[in-house]
Design a binder for this molecule. Sequence first.
Ligand code: UDX
Ligand code: UDX
Length: 451
Amino acid sequence: MNPTPKKIVCIGAGYVGGPTMAVIADRCPGIEVTVVDLNAARIAAWNSDQLPVYEPGLDAVVRRARGRNLFFMGQAEGAQKLAEADLVFISVNTPTKTEGEGAGKASDLRYVESCSQFIADHARGHTIVVEKSTMPVRAADTIKRILAKNLHGGTFEVLSNPEFLAEGTAIRDLESPDRVLIGGERPEPIEALAAVYRQWVPAERIITTGLWSAELAKLAANAFLAQRVSSINALSALCEVTGAQVDEVARVVGSDSRIGPKFLKASVGFGGSCFKKDILSLVYLCEFHGVPEAAAYWQQVIELNEWQKRRFADQIIRQLGASKGKVAVLGLAFKKDTNDFRESAALHICGQLLAAGLEVTTYDPQVDFTTFCQAAGISQGIQPAQTIQEALAGASAVAVLTEWEEFRCIDLTKMSLVASACIYDGRNILDPGAVRSAGFQLHSIGGRAAD
Ligand code: UDX
Ligand code: UDX
């Protein structure tokens, strides 16, 4: 076995695989990194000037490494690279199952299974297979079973190395991570992977654990983060009826060093590809392993989030009532600085507003409107705007759903809203004084209802 890997292949050029491999290649010029994907259009985009993922700083990293020691190619084309690889990362999607045992909760491992088969077909010599995708605890058993049965004479090890990057800050998170987690069963493969990360991550930030702990720790970390958002959102509803202000409550709670200030920002609800999917996976695991009480606890984090989105849209629908009218939706992405709208609040809220017969005009600086509508399954009653000004023209309500910087300082005096328009700030980013002095009513999350 080669203790310092020289060749890496990553299967899956998505939001996780692409940026992660770009940073590894950038920081480790002595390692050849090949990223393969079944999706030819995505690979073409990675090889172009218009990358398929919008992330601050990503362009520069890709420009430095691409063609030097970073390569993007189709999966079939990458088979030969796989034969030479010391490390193979699996970074394909692990969506929630839609049918069969565990439908609606359990992770669908079909892509992980087909990747394992692909590795078994092409790997030669000794190969360390690394789970980069978030997997349910004991998923490595599935990979090991497929490799053991189908590998042609080679040997393998399986490691869990979950990614903790957050979208919008992916490059910063990858270049300077809080920690890198490597779970495995034997020290040698763990050391081989740690040697890659040590080229830019301080050794004390590399945590090693058993395989099952690493798999579960990733689910647990996401569940803890989401739980904090649901906790503060639960309090936001109480703030609205008691006169307390959720941002003040969060500041006090977060100033306790045992709790800390992060992930206490009340919002219209968390989104993104991970939180809901990973908590559902955790719920399923709890049920499957006979701990329904723990399953119910985590399930409630999701229920609260669904309720938060629903009650935000309900407020608008109630306010506009029979007058109908147009709602300007600002922000389709699930957070700022990304073009990703998976599980975004906008997906849910646009659907609810349209179902209530309201007209919707949307503006987002990065999300493609047509792709958004296709994913949401909506076509009637919704239209795109090219600017904030255009979105707000003639609107009876404005819903701020993403905290894009350009929304913070909107000058409402320069917009042609209807005179009685209400502003619904789902991110608490607008200045209440400025909204008031422009003559509009502001509804924020958690307790600035009097404004
Ligand atoms: C995915 C998972 O959703 C997440 O749980 C995990 O932690 C990391 O991987 P992401 O990178 O955001 O996250 O997914 P996505 O952007 O959908 O990318 C996955 C890519 O894998 C797609 O480009 C898809 O075409 C590719 N893929 C999938 C393959 O190349 N081969 C396959 O067999 C299956
Ligand atoms: C998350 C985890 O942070 C990351 O470690 C993991 O690898 C993948 O899942 P991501 O989903 O990209 O990352 O973004 P994150 O910053 O965690 O935000 C998730 C959602 O929670 C967003 O919709 C965000 O707006 C919302 N959020 C976050 C809040 O509503 N309030 C907060 O205080 C923090």
